[in-house]
Each structure stands twice: as structure tokens, then as C-alpha cells.
Design a protein around this ligand. Sequence first.
Ligand SMILES: [Mg+2]
Length: 116
Amino acid sequence: MKKKQLYIDAIHKWGPKSQIYMAIEEMAELTHVLAKKLRKGGLCALTGFTPDGEVYQDWKPDNLDMSFLDEMADGEIMLETLCELYHCRRHINKFKKKKLLYLQKLLENDHATHTY
Ligand SMILES: [Mg+2]
């Protein structure tokens, strides 16, 4: 079964309101695990990057990393479900394209500050 159909089936089975609450819960869980990971392991452990920005060659996720990855998956699923609920994938893609171009410009400007 395709993802899109699963999301639509979930909306029909549990209702739009339930899916919106679920999205809120999943985003909160992702926020929680990100904060916990930063507090306990620091930024390097979270990202798999060294302080110099290099990728750890032998990085393997620990249990907290697995929680983070699990919550990221939940968050992505719920964002995709919201796209189906609001029929807004095309609009989201337009916003993303615009924001990514803006990010690219910021990255090309050494003195830019990061704000979306
Ligand atoms: Mg979750």
C-alpha cells in the first residue's frame, strides 16, 4: 500500500481532529528527545559530527539516538499526514523551494544571520 493511501485511511479511521492532535503529540515528542539529547550528549553526539564539523567515521546511534530517529520518523509521518489532510503538498513544496533558495543565499553571504 502507498504511503499517501495509508495517511488518507488514517484520517478516515480516526478523524481529522485526532490526526491533528497526533501531529502535535509527535512534534512534542521530537522536541523532547532533541532537548534531552542536547542536555545529555551534547550537539556532537546528536549529529554524528565532530566539533570541527567532520562526520564521525564510526558513528553509531546509541539508545538516545535511536529515540531521536524514532521520533523523527513519527514527526515526518505526521507532517505527511497533515499534507494529505489539508491537501497542501503543492503549497508546501512552493514554500520549501522559496525557503531553500533563501537559505542558499544566506550560506553564500558570510555575514548573514539565520532567520526564516
Ligand atoms: Mg513518537
